[in-house]
Design a protein around this ligand. Sequence first.
Ligand SMILES: CC(C)(COP(=O)(O)OP(=O)(O)OC[C@H]1O[C@@H](n2cnc3c(N)ncnc32)[C@H](O)[C@@H]1OP(=O)(O)O)[C@@H](O)C(=O)NCCC(=O)NCCSC(=O)C[C@H](O)C(=O)O
Ligand SMILES: [Mg+2]
Length: 354
Amino acid sequence: MRSPRDFYKPLAVGAPEPLREIPFPPSRMIHFFDASNEKMVARLPDTIAKADIVLGNLEDAVPVDRKEAARDGLVKVGKTIDLGDTQLWTRVNSLESPWFLDDLTTLVSEIGDVLDVVMVPKIEGPWDIHYVDRLLAQLEARAGLTKPLLVHALLETAQGVAHVEEIAAASPRMQGMSFGPADLAASRRMKTTRVGGGHPGYLSMSDPDPDNPDAPRITAQQDPWHYSIARMVDACTMNGLLPFYGPFGDIKDVAACEAQFRAAFLLGCVGSWSLHPVQIDIAKKVFSPDPAEVLFAKKVIEAIPDGRGVHMIDGKMQDDATWKQCKVMVDLAEQLAAKDPALAEAYGFESSAA
Ligand SMILES: CC(C)(COP(=O)(O)OP(=O)(O)OC[C@H]1O[C@@H](n2cnc3c(N)ncnc32)[C@H](O)[C@@H]1OP(=O)(O)O)[C@@H](O)C(=O)NCCC(=O)NCCSC(=O)C[C@H](O)C(=O)O
Ligand SMILES: [Mg+2]
């Protein structure tokens, strides 16, 4: 563990100073694309116009014989496509893979100046972040970068979940975390074949009716991810990082995707992944606060400008703590409204977007 005095010192001579605060631009969806897929690259200008973050994926879902093409394609994207205010991220291959070193070396030296965040999969503990941290510092120094690259950990193993707080605190480069339900299910030996969402077998059941023991009993599907996502949200928030839900694999089941995203949003996640264009719109809808809630939150803040005391507003008790919840909602709404005139109108703000 580094001394607290050294925490913000660059890890290589000539590397940029670590950031004190993690930037929080609109981050409702991390849209995955494979830069070796011509159709996805052809759609990129349209995707960039719609998505808050686009991520060139190099890891799982990219076939072994296209790993280098995906990396080279991402370099080309970074050098040639105008990203406007959309962030460009990458997910590199895992640390033990034969591609990780070349992924990081190539991307930092070729497009380190336009890349915002490096997502690292299968992070198991702070030792993984320490390795990436030092290597990035060396590569940044060699490339003459002036802005540090940020690191996003993918939480998708039992060991990663067990060390989530230490991972979040491992480096000032830590930008956030995403939740990877597919690898996590495999790592835990869960008996599922899905990518996120619930399962019809994961239920709770009401007691039998004593007067009618054979009557059907009420069952309700439970959320198998609640515990781990809540831990991730706490670990991120206490360290000033941004938590994201990850993938939802049943692309056609837009209703279940929306439910999974909304559960994550309500627990504190700022966004989710989108694997298909249809999921960009779902994430945008879910991770932009509901206009009715924003209008109510504005009403509370207007009625209690100093956030103190106890008040009744629309029949509900409001105090310092509810005022803070309203502030979270209104701050997010203001941030999104600045980028999106339709949201600005729905929230009753003047839009500053052109
Ligand atoms: C899931 C897909 C393979 C589906 O692709 P496809 O069968 O081509 O779908 P459609 O025919 O509906 O596509 C319509 C058009 O849209 C384009 N498209 C599809 N996906 C994307 C995309 N992500 N970005 C841009 N454009 C996209 C198609 O090319 C079609 O175009 P056109 O023919 O011109 O109309 C595919 O969506 C896909 O590969 N998605 C990404 C998958 C991915 O990245 N997976 C890895 C992340 S999940 C994970 O790793 C698990 C996690 O780590 C964990 O452990 O939990
Ligand atoms: Mg995974």
